[in-house]
Design a protein around this ligand. Structure first.
Ligand code: PA5
Length: 442
């Protein structure tokens, strides 16, 4: 179960102010649950955990079973919300050093999240020695990055195995009726999953967008959804102990003290991609109309040796939210050494995690002393249930926070600007006027 510790903001935010923000967060929750705010046609994620049907879970698991042992690698093609959630969960749950994150399951690779030619060439090179399958994910079905990667991979698969066999190794996840990917998948007869209309990309990890890749990687998607369901219940009430209200209130109260940057901190490298998922969720949801808290992320203690100086002592503009896993999965102890040349015998007999914990407490106190408020989000351990809880918690807190900031948390108009310029520069049909204009600026 998630618990929130707000002791690290008490020096910066008086209790009365926090109480005010708690009321605002409760109103934000009403707006989300009542579907009363801007973007309310994108609230399908709110009841997703409790409404998910058994068939979806079973279909994802049956593809996972079919491909286990049949292919060595599955390439997940997608960008933004169409891959980050799956990658966050797979990295958090999987073995850090095995290519297969879970013994006996295919290795998961990602494509379509960049337009680097070197990446594409080296991926095709790597796949040339391996049996692979593709899951192509795009809600709009028109996003350039995954469309390019899919064309390259599909052609490669068809050349190697023939069109008919390739079809058995491709699954598409997209809109139910529109977009180029929908047309292509229907025409080619690929097995297809639908992304509900009312669930935006960055809120879609608990749909097949996240569930299928996570199942293929070998993890228990039923437990993930059960965790989210548990959190859905906890976050639906306007009472003390609703962690989403506590977090949304705290981060907005701290932001009001001119802290414009929120850094998501972990002390476990398995959570690095959880930070990436969280940055997209909060960045795209809140950063608009000249408003928002800029989301950043760090991996400690690694980044204490790179970003630590700035966080401790640089421009005072940030606060931290630490996602802390209370119990490590494994046990490694420091041994006594007779010679003690490294001077580490004072740690002998301690678990590595005990030392990590002291680093975490020491860092938090140092950063608070340095003017960095700290919110702690605790989970018991890294498993499917806890990650499901964490995902839903951050999603609903994001909806609440967006409304507290006065923005529509469910659109992303700013993302279109670079696309328009890129299409104009590439002379995409329909962009003739923009092409002419942009060329004058070069
Ligand atoms: O949250 C969002 O809507 C976006 O970040 C999308 O996930 C991202 O742009 C990918 O879009 P699509 O799934 O339509 O290819």
């Amino acid at each position: 179960m998630i618990s929130i510790d707000l002791k690290g903001i008490s020096k910066f935010v008086p209790q009365a102010t926090l109480d005010e923000y708690t009321k605002k967060a409760e109103n934000g929750l009403d707006t989300v649950l009542g579907g009363k705010g801007a973007g309310n046609d994108f609230l399908g994620w709110v009841n997703l955990p409790s409404e998910i049907d058994e068939n979806t879970i079973n279909s994802c698991n049956s593809i996972a079973d079919k491909w286990k042992g049949f292919v060595d690698v599955v390439v997940m093609v997608g960008i933004g919300g169409s891959y980050l959630g799956a990658k966050a969960v797979i990295e958090a749950l999987g073995h850090a050093f095995n290519l297969s994150k879970k013994e006996g399951c295919p290795q998961i690779l990602y494509a379509g999240n960049n337009i680097s030619e070197d990446y594409a060439a080296e991926l095709l090179d790597y796949l040339s020695m391996r049996k692979f399958a593709i899951v192509v994910i795009s809600k709009s079905g028109t996003t350039t990055e995954p469309a390019i990667a899919f064309r390259l991979l599909k052609n490669d698969l068809e050349k190697r195995f023939g069109k008919r066999a390739a079809k058995e190794r491709i699954v598409a996840i997209t809109d139910k009726s529109k977009g180029a990917l929908h047309t292509l998948a229907t025409q080619e007869g690929y097995e297809t999953f639908v992304i509900p209309d009312n669930v935006g990309g960055r809120f879609s990890v608990l749909t097949p967008v996240g569930l299928l890749p996570i199942a293929i990687a070998g993890f228990d998607i039923k437990a993930l959804v059960e965790g989210a369901c548990e959190m859905q219940k906890n976050c639906a009430v306007k009472a003390a102990g609703n962690p989403a209200i506590e977090y949304a209130a705290a981060r907005n109260a701290v932001h009001a003290q001119k802290k414009d940057v929120e850094i998501l901190v972990n002390f476990n490298p398995k959570l690095q991609y959880f930070g990436e998922w969280w940055k997209q969720l909060y960045g795209e949801s809140e950063g608009k109309d000249g408003k928002g808290i800029f989301p950043a992320s760090v991996n400690f203690t690694t980044d204490l040796h790179s970003m630590g100086q700035f966080i401790q002592d640089g421009t005072r503009m940030m606060f931290e939210t630490s996602v802390l896993v209370d119990n490590a999965k494994n046990e490694v102890k420091i041994e006594e050494d007779l010679q003690n040349l490294d001077g580490l015998n004072f740690l002998a007999g301690k678990r590595v995690e005990e030392i990590n914990k002291m680093a975490q407490i020491g860092t938090r106190l140092a950063h608070i002393d340095g003017g960095v408020p700290n919110i702690e989000v605790h989970i018991e351990k890294l498993d499917e249930q806890n990650l499901g809880e964490l995902i839903y918690f951050f999603e609903i807190a994001c909806g609440i926070s967006g409304y507290m900031l006065g923005v529509n948390p469910f659109n992303q108009p700013g993302v279109e600007a670079y696309k328009k310029n890129m299409f104009a520069l590439l002379n995409k049909p329909g962009y003739e006027k923009e092409s002419e204009e942009i060329k004058k600026r070069l």
